[in-house]
Design a protein around this ligand. Structure first.
Ligand SMILES: NC(=O)c1ccc[n+]([C@@H]2O[C@H](COP(=O)([O-])OP(=O)(O)OC[C@H]3O[C@@H](n4cnc5c(N)ncnc54)[C@H](OP(=O)(O)O)[C@@H]3O)[C@@H](O)[C@H]2O)c1
Length: 356
C-alpha cells in the first residue's frame, strides 16, 4: 500500500471539516456573499421552485439578473416566481418559469429546443434540481431515477446548451457533503447499463447485495460525487475548447455543498426507515433541529455564481468543490486522471451523445 500524500491528508481534513458543519452548522458564522451587479445577466436554475434553488433565485434576482426557474411542476414554479417578485419587487418581469424534468431526456431535449427558440445567452447555469428518493424506479430512458434526476439529465442539458453559454459563463452544481460517501470502482462499465444498478457506479460496491434494491442514500452519494467530478471535467473541457480556439478560457464550473439545510427535501423522504436507509433516516429526524436555513444553504452557490474573487474566477481556479465559501479537497481530487476520465466516456454513452 502506498503512503498517504499531502493531498490525501488534506482531503481527510476537509472531509472532517465538512462533516462537522452538519451537526454544528447553526453555530457557525452567517455567510453573507458580497453583492455583485448582475444587471443584464441571464441565469437558469434547475429545481428553482423550492428550498435552496428558490433562495438562489432570490439571491440572483436581488443582484439584477434575469432568472429562469426550470422545474417540473408548473403551478409550483409560478408560485415561486411570485414569491421572488414579492421579496424583490424590482425583479418584476425578470423572473420567469420554464418546464424541465431533469430525469427525462425527452424533457431535457424539449427544454433545450425551447431555449434555442429564445436564442438567449446564458451567463449562469445552475444545476440544483435533486431528489433523495427514487426507490426501485427507473427513468423513461431506463436509468435509476436518482442518477437521472441528480446527474445525467444535467450532463445532457449542459451539452445541449453549450452553444448558448456566454464567453464567461458559470456552471454551478449543488452537490453535497454526502459526496464523500461516494465510492467508484476503477473499472465501471464504459457502456450504458439500463434497468439495473451497477455496483461501483450507481452505488458503492460495498453496499451492493445480490437481489436487494439499494437504499436511496447509496445511490444519492454517488450522484453527488459525479457532480463534483463533472465540475472538474467540465472545466477541463472549457479550457481545452478555449485553447483550441486560441482564446483565454473564461468559462467556469464549480460544485459546492450547501451544508445540512432545512428544505422540503426531507419531507419527501417520509418512507425512509432506519433499517432501510440509516443516513437518510438520521438526516430526516434531525433536520428541523440542526439544519441551517435555505438562504444560508444557498449562499455559497450564489457567491460562486457571481463573485469576481480570484480564488473562484481566476485563471486555472475553476473545477473545484466548495463548502461554506471555502475551497475544499474532494473525493474526486484523490482519483487518478485515467479513472476520472472514465466518467466522461460513460456519461456520453448514457446520454447518447459525443461531447469532445
Ligand atoms: N437540503 C439539504 O440538506 C441538502 C444537502 C446537500 C445537498 N442538497 C442538494 O440541494 C439541491 C436542492 O435540494 P433542496 O434541499 O433545496 O430540496 P427541495 O426543496 O426538495 O428542492 C429540490 C428541487 O429539485 C426539484 N426536482 C426534483 N426532481 C426533479 C426533476 N426530476 N426535474 C426537475 N426538478 C426536480 C424539486 O422539484 P419538485 O418540487 O417538483 O420536487 C425542487 O424544486 C438538491 O440537489 C439536493 O441534493 C440538499
Amino acid at each position: 500500500m502506498s503512503a498517504p500524500t499531502a493531498s490525501h491528508v488534506g482531503a481527510v481534513r476537509d472531509k472532517l471539516l465538512s462533516m462537522l458543519s452538519i451537526p454544528f452548522g447553526r453555530l457557525l458564522p452567517t455567510l453573507v456573499p458580497p453583492p455583485v451587479d448582475l444587471t443584464g445577466k441571464v441565469a437558469i436554475i434547475t429545481g428553482g421552485n423550492s428550498g435552496i434553488g428558490l433562495e438562489v433565485g432570490i439571491g440572483l434576482a436581488k443582484q439584477g439578473a434575469t432568472v429562469y426557474l426550470a422545474s417540473r411542476n408548473v403551478s409550483k414554479t409560478e408560485e415561486a416566481v411570485s414569491e421572488i417578485v414579492s421579496k424583490v419587487p424590482a425583479s418584476k418581469g425578470r423572473v420567469k418559469s420554464l418546464t424541465l424534468d431533469t430525469s427525462s431526456f425527452a424533457s431535457v431535449r424539449a427544454f433545450s429546443k425551447n431555449w434555442d427558440s429564445l436564442d438567449a445567452k446564458i451567463d449562469i447555469l445552475f444545476h440544483n434540481a435533486g431528489t433523495g428518493s427514487g426507490g426501485q424506479d427507473f427513468s423513461p430512458e431506463g436509468f435509476p431515477v436518482l442518477y437521472a434526476t441528480n446527474f445525467v439529465g444535467s450532463f445532457l442539458l449542459t451539452y445541449l446548451l453549450e452553444s448558448h453559454l456566454s464567453e464567461d459563463a458559470r456552471v454551478i452544481l449543488t452537490s453535497s457533503t454526502a459526496h464523500y460517501g461516494g465510492a467508484f470502482s476503477s473499472d465501471f462499465s464504459l457502456k450504458s447499463i439500463k434497468e439495473d444498478y451497477e455496483p461501483g457506479y450507481h452505488i458503492p460496491a460495498a453496499l451492493a447485495k445480490a437481489g436487494v434494491v439499494p437504499p436511496d442514500g447509496a445511490n444519492y452519494v454517488q450522484t453527488k460525487g459525479m457532480q463534483v467530478a463533472f465540475a472538474k471535467l467540465l472545466q477541463e473541457h472549457f479550457d481545452r475548447k478555449a485553447a483550441e480556439a486560441g482564446t483565454p478560457s473564461r468559462r467556469i464550473a464549480h460544485a459546492f455543498s450547501p451544508g445540512f439545510v432545512a428544505t422540503p427535501i426531507y419531507g419527501k423522504l417520509e418512507e425512509t426507515g432506519f433499517s432501510v436507509d440509516p443516513l437518510f433516516w438520521m438526516l430526516r429526524m434531525t433536520n428541523t433541529v440542526l439544519a441551517v436555513s435555505a438562504r444560508q444553504g444557498a449562499s455559497t452557490g450564489v457567491w460562486l455564481a457571481c463573485t469576481k474573487d480570484n480564488a473562484v474566477a481566476g485563471k486555472g481556479m475553476g473545477g473545484a468543490y466548495w463548502d461554506r465559501m471555502n475551497r475544499r479537497l474532494s473525493n474526486v481530487d484523490m482519483m487518478s486522471k485515467d479513472n476520472l476520465e472514465r466518467f466522461w466516456v460513460r456519461w456520453e454513452a448514457d446520454a447518447g451523445v459525443e461531447w469532445r
